[in-house]
Design a protein around this ligand. Structure first.
Ligand SMILES: [Zn+2]
Length: 52
């Protein structure tokens, strides 16, 4: 997985599922080599990745 901020390799850690309005959502924590940190639904982070 790449960092949405800088595009460098980031490690993703699965944080389990949280219930949202649309149903259970997989949450992940991203930590890139530059120290950027992201936490949120995997789908949201992936969408940010594609938009970048
Ligand atoms: Zn980064």
């Amino acid at each position: 997985m790449d960092c949405p901020e800088c595009g460098l390799p980031a490690t993703a850690r699965n944080e389990g599922r949280a219930w949202s309005t649309g149903g259970p959502v997989e949450h992940v924590r991203l930590h890139c080599v530059l120290g950027h940190r992201f936490f949120g639904p995997a789908t949201t982070l992936l969408r940010r990745l594609r938009a970048a």
